[in-house]
Design a protein around this ligand. Structure first.
Ligand code: FES
Length: 175
């Protein structure tokens, strides 16, 4: 189920998690149900992913606080997770995320060439959004797809053994 662009309710309630729509709450509840009753905090990563997807691909402080309230955990613990892992973004993003792996296997197989190609062709640098808003370019640590180096993740889809030309086709196919 995709929640991209699902509306998040605006509220003035003192319950910080009231910002979530009933649809989002139900989805979070389903995540919590996967863990033992007293361990709802274990759902923090998939919950952040879900909420990020519902907010055009990024997390605000208000949303992170709402996740903390919903999972009964300290706000700072949610910030720690959201700032440690590269898949969470704390600033507005392009419509898509193009993530080029910069770790050793991919580097040895030409990921730096891919990065420089995208930078020059699309006039964008890591952590920037293209002028047309189509994508954010990200340079990321090992994607766990080393046997298919160089690997790139576009949104949540992996692509392997890429050349500048094959990456161009993928990017040009983005809406
Ligand atoms: S080094 Fe790139 S996927 Fe592992």
């Amino acid at each position: 189920m995709s929640f991209r662009n699902a509306p998040l309710a605006v509220t003035h309630s003192c319950d910080k998690s009231a910002i979530f729509t009933s649809e989002i709450r139900a989805a979070i509840d389903a995540l919590i149900a996967k863990y033992p009753t007293d361990w709802k905090q274990s759902a923090v990563m998939p919950t952040l992913t879900l909420v990020q997807d519902a907010n055009d691909g990024w997390l605000t402080t208000e949303l992170m606080n709402a996740v903390a309230a919903y999972l009964d955990m300290p706000e700072v613990s949610v910030y720690e997770v959201a700032t440690f892992y590269g898949m969470y973004d704390l600033e507005p993003q392009g419509k898509h995320k193009v993530c080029i792996c910069n770790s050793v296997s991919c580097l040895l197989r030409g990921s730096d060439t891919l990065l420089h190609h995208v930078e020059s062709k699309y006039n964008v640098h890591p952590n920037e959004i293209t002028a047309d808003g189509r994508f954010t370019l990200k340079e990321v640590e090992c994607l766990g797809a080393c046997c298919g180096a160089p690997a790139v993740m576009i949104d949540k889809q992996y692509y392997e053994n890429l050349s500048p030309g094959s990456l161009d086709k993928l990017i040009d196919g983005l809406e």
